[in-house]
Each structure stands twice: as C-alpha cells, then as structure tokens.
Design a protein around this ligand. Structure first.
Ligand SMILES: [Mg+2]
Length: 157
C-alpha cells in the first residue's frame, strides 16, 4: 500500500509558544525531560498551510504521522487534531514510546523501516527537522521540508 509520511510539530502544529519549555541541552537525551514541552501541545496554533496540505493529502493516499511526541500524549494530540481533519480518512499516528530515549532521527528511522517491513511503500515524507530530512535522504525517501520549524529544532545546535 502506498502511503505518505508526515510530521506534526513544526509542520502542522506551531510550537513557538512552548519554546521556553524545551529542556536544557544536557537533558535533551532524556524522554521525560520533554514532557512539559509536549504537554503544552494542546495550546498550539495550527500552521494553516501544513494543515491544509495534510487535509488535501488525506483525500489521495493514507497519511502516517510519525511524531517524536511520547505515546502518553496521544489523547491530547488526538483531541487537537479532532475537528481540524476533514479528509475522508483520519491519519494514522505513530508515537514514540514512553521509554524510548533515542534521538528523533533514530526513532523515525526505525519507524519507517518498520512500515516498509510491513509492506508499505512510502511515496514521500514531510518533516521540518534537518536531521530527520537527512535521515530520510539516507533511507532513500523523497522529502519535503517546510520553512516553518518546531521550537525544539530552532534551539538545537
Ligand atoms: Mg517536527
């Protein structure tokens, strides 16, 4: 089955208001250190162009959202998307597990490899994080990168 892979933060969700909650550099490897930052996602403004693109794509192919948000924020994420999705089918969402401390690019690399192992053909991906765009390039996945950025990416050296 042909699918499209998409990101949330920095693509559909404007996280700029929670920039002050990005953990200090020496704690960013720790999953739990990100919880205050992710918990505030309920108050994100939508990035209208990204949301419009998601809704347009949902009319063509299944969309899998792969997000570095932990799965214990799935309810908040689902509520945020509810009412903003108007395609015929809702996107599938793949979350980071609560005990996954890998860097986002490593987590997403394994997620796309898992999808391919299940027989999915990834037509292209959309992500704002340069490290993830580079990883997708190595995985031979065509990728579109918006000019918008998640505040966690802006603050990462
Ligand atoms: Mg992102």
């Amino acid at each position: 089955m042909k699918i499209i892979v998409m990101d949330l933060d920095g693509v559909i969700c404007d996280s700029s208001h929670r920039a002050h909650l990005v953990p200090p550099e020496d704690q960013r490897h720790c999953n739990e250190a990100w919880h205050p930052f992710v918990a505030e996602c309920v108050n994100d403004a939508p990035i209208n162009a990204g949301l419009t693109m998601l809704n347009a794509l949902l009319c063509t192919f299944p969309v899998f959202i792969i997000t570095s948000r932990q799965e214990n924020f799935s309810q908040q994420t689902g509520q945020w998307l509810e009412g903003r999705i108007c395609g015929r089918q809702a996107p599938e969402i793949i979350y980071r597990s609560n005990d996954d401390h890998r860097p986002p690019a490593e987590f997403k690399r394994h997620a796309v490899r898992d999808l391919r192992a299940q027989g999915y053909e990834i037509l292209f991906a959309i992500d704002d994080d340069p490290q993830i765009v580079e990883m997708y390039h190595h995985e031979k996945i065509a990728t579109f990168q918006p000019v918008t950025r998640c505040s966690s990416v802006v603050l990462t050296p």
